[in-house]
Design a protein around this ligand. Structure first.
Ligand SMILES: NC(=O)c1ccc[n+]([C@@H]2O[C@H](COP(=O)([O-])OP(=O)(O)OC[C@H]3O[C@@H](n4cnc5c(N)ncnc54)[C@H](OP(=O)(O)O)[C@@H]3O)[C@@H](O)[C@H]2O)c1
Length: 369
């Protein structure tokens, strides 16, 4: 039977993918319902945070034929009353005889109790089918639940010689339109965007979602700005200013703080990181506690360095254009003081390498800091 469960779990994983732009900070989940005789009678996807879970959609489609059948689902069914009723109750009410699960849900409200409740009600539970793929699908959610800190990806648009901007600071545009579009698509997947204040000063970005893939147009937009240098007429404040959070050091001038708060932003004081800048651990704890399970860091080089040096970035999504800008003063993809030997370097592992029109897309995960 194992081969069949694997094939069905892969189908459930594909279904889960349909929720990529709507479920966060909830996990993505897909489900396939089989009749007693093993025919697929229903499929489901968790499409949006707060909406019905994948199992419920599959049951709706195939409840009549599902009695005595099997539910194949990428994530352990929930047992708690959240924004929706527990899926375990729905599975029991529908008379499901067997549940095949990809991975347990690390959420402390579930974490094995879904499996236990099903087994003690006499349901056969098969666990760990395509477990690695099911965990990878929700790696941001798993990281956030395990650490309380959001999963961090550094997004970089750079030249072949690793520059984020030309001498003098101009960066628009280094990469092709297709790369920029993929970069914008990432904004629809992550719960928060983060930049350093130099990027605000150089580019005056709005940091908005542009593509409409995510039904929720709003996201948290974070600026690291130790001394509150963000101008009060920054483009950031033009739309949804209440989504802007500016982190600064303790004891910033009250009038500057009020100016930015009057624009609608939240100004949050954090401790010093030992180098006179915002303590990133405190920043991430705040962001994670405010419901963001993932952060897309969009530069610049100084901020990238801080995240990598502190071991607080989990992955890098780089767009590399076939351009050389040169310039020892031009901003590098990763700035800072740098390490003094290759042995000290942060080690990553490429998980995806592809061409996108004239650019290259390199996706790597941090292995060791
Ligand atoms: N091509 C791209 O993908 C891309 C993306 C973004 C930016 N850029 C370009 O990059 C340039 C700006 O990059 P940049 O490296 O100069 O600066 P940056 O990383 O945007 O900002 C760095 C500044 O953020 C503040 N900060 C506060 N806490 C920090 C912390 N823990 N770690 C690091 N910084 C912290 C510091 O200023 P305070 O001490 O004053 O707080 C620091 O100098 C611009 O030219 C922009 O156009 C390119």
């Amino acid at each position: 039977m194992t081969g069949r469960w694997i094939a069905l779990m892969r189908q459930a994983l594909e279904l889960a993918e349909r929720g990529r732009y709507g479920t966060s900070p909830n996990p993505m989940v897909g489900a396939v319902l089989l009749s007693r005789s093993g025919e697929v009678v229903g499929t489901g996807t968790h499409l949006r945070c707060g909406g019905p879970h994948a199992e419920i959609f599959a049951l709706k489609e195939g409840a009549a034929e599902g009695t005595g059948g099997t539910m194949v689902v990428t994530l352990e069914p929930c047992v708690h009353q959240g924004r929706t009723p527990p899926c375990v109750d729905a599975l029991l009410a529908a008379g499901i005889a067997r549940v095949v699960i990809g991975t347990r849900d690390p959420n402390p409200l579930v974490n094995g109790s879904g499996v236990e409740a099903l087994r003690s009600a006499g349901v056969e539970v098969v666990e760990g089918v395509e477990e690695e793929a099911c965990r990878r699908l929700n790696r941001r959610f798993f990281h956030w639940v395990a650490t309380g800190s959001p999963y961090v990806t550094l997004k970089m648009a750079m030249t072949l010689d690793g520059k984020l901007a030309a001498r003098g600071g101009r960066s628009q545009w280094i990469t092709s339109e297709a790369s920029r579009k993929e970069g914008y698509a990432l904004r629809e997947e992550y719960d928060a965007l983060l930049v350093g204040v130099n990027t605000v000063l150089a580019d005056d970005p709005r940091l908005l979602r542009h593509l409409g893939l995510n039904p929720d147009p709003q996201l948290l937009r974070v600026v690291l700005d130790t001394h509150l240098r963000t101008p009060s007429d920054a483009a950031l404040f033009q739309r949804d200013p209440q989504g802007v959070v500016i982190f600064c050091s303790e004891g910033v001038p009250a009038d500057r703080r009020k100016e930015l708060e009057d624009r609608g932003a939240a100004v949050v004081e954090v401790g010093d990181d030992g180098r006179g800048q915002c303590d990133l651990r405190q920043v991430l704890r705040w962001v994670g506690a405010h419901g963001a399970s993932s952060v897309l860091v969009e530069g610049g080089g100084e901020v990238h360095w801080s995240f990598l040096r502190e071991g607080l970035a989990q992955s890098v999504h780089a767009f590399v254009a076939p351009l050389v800008l040169g310039g020892r003063e031009a901003t590098s993809a990763v700035g800072g003081a740098g390490f003094s030997s290759p042995q000290e370097a942060v080690r990553l592992r490429f998980v995806e390498v592809r061409r996108l029109e004239e650019d290259l897309v390199l996706i790597a995960e941090v292995e060791r800091v």
